[in-house]
Design a protein around this ligand. Sequence first.
Ligand SMILES: NC(=O)c1ccc[n+]([C@@H]2O[C@H](COP(=O)([O-])OP(=O)(O)OC[C@H]3O[C@@H](n4cnc5c(N)ncnc54)[C@H](OP(=O)(O)O)[C@@H]3O)[C@@H](O)[C@H]2O)c1
Length: 279
Amino acid sequence: MHEVGFIGYGSMGRMLVNGLLSSGAVAPADVIISTRTTAKLDSLARQWPSIAVTGDNRLAACETRILFICVKPLDTLPVLLDLIPVVSLETHIVSIAACVTISDLEQVFNGKITKVIPSITSEVREGVSLVCHNSKVCGKDAARVEALLQSIGQIAKISEGDFEVATDLTSCAPGMIAAMFENFVGAALRHGDLAVEVAQRMVVSTLLGTAKLLAERNMGFSELIDRVATKGGITAEGVKVLNHHLPAVFDEVFEKTLTQHETVKEMVKNQNVTQVAMR
Ligand SMILES: NC(=O)c1ccc[n+]([C@@H]2O[C@H](COP(=O)([O-])OP(=O)(O)OC[C@H]3O[C@@H](n4cnc5c(N)ncnc54)[C@H](OP(=O)(O)O)[C@@H]3O)[C@@H](O)[C@H]2O)c1
């Protein structure tokens, strides 16, 4: 019996497996991982010799207490369906796929299901995993999965209806923040003679310091702005420009991402993957 299993060892699977092992939240001997390209597991198996690795998803799923499914959204229901002949109703399925709803998963598996949207920032034990359990998950099961996720960052238990907006703020945000600051640096380079690495280092260190001030000093955004943007000063001019343009920019960001969510959700539903037989 394995405590935790994973199917899919891509960007997120790798982050979760390595995070949970290095935090000590789960022992290597209690973990089994299956993925399509098993060569990608070689270095993991060398690092943690007692971990079980396989290319057989059913082997990872049978007799595993908590099973994380870490494949792309359109692969999630077919992968789960294939496991139905071997997976027990005692297994707790944790799906991390965007746009695959708990109801989609329940069409295939009639047991304990948790939907999680992790963030790449958990690679450094920061950031927020979004969590929502179905009605079959009891308090003890919920606590076990939540404890695993809390070992690699914070969790936010929210209703499934809020997942899409919250996903922009947590899981998409590292990409969006990187894009914003790439543009910030780009503008600095167009207006001066700094070397790109120098400008990047300045911005990254400032980002880290800003996050620390907001988190560790419990400062609100407005308080921080007030501390820096003194009336009639230089920062205030920049903040005025940002406040003029950014509301429309971020409205468009949400409009586009929410539309994309709907498109992929529709594609998932149109797969018409439903349970054939349940053990
Ligand atoms: N990336 C993010 O920041 C992020 C954040 C939150 C949630 N998510 C969700 O996380 C999920 C995974 O995303 P990702 O970025 O990790 O994708 P990814 O890097 O493409 O990883 C997917 C993994 O699944 C494996 N796989 C595909 N089909 C399989 C099968 N039938 N059996 C076993 N393994 C299979 C792939 O194998 P190969 O190596 O052979 O391709 C790959 O290793 C997605 O559903 C996404 O919505 C991602």
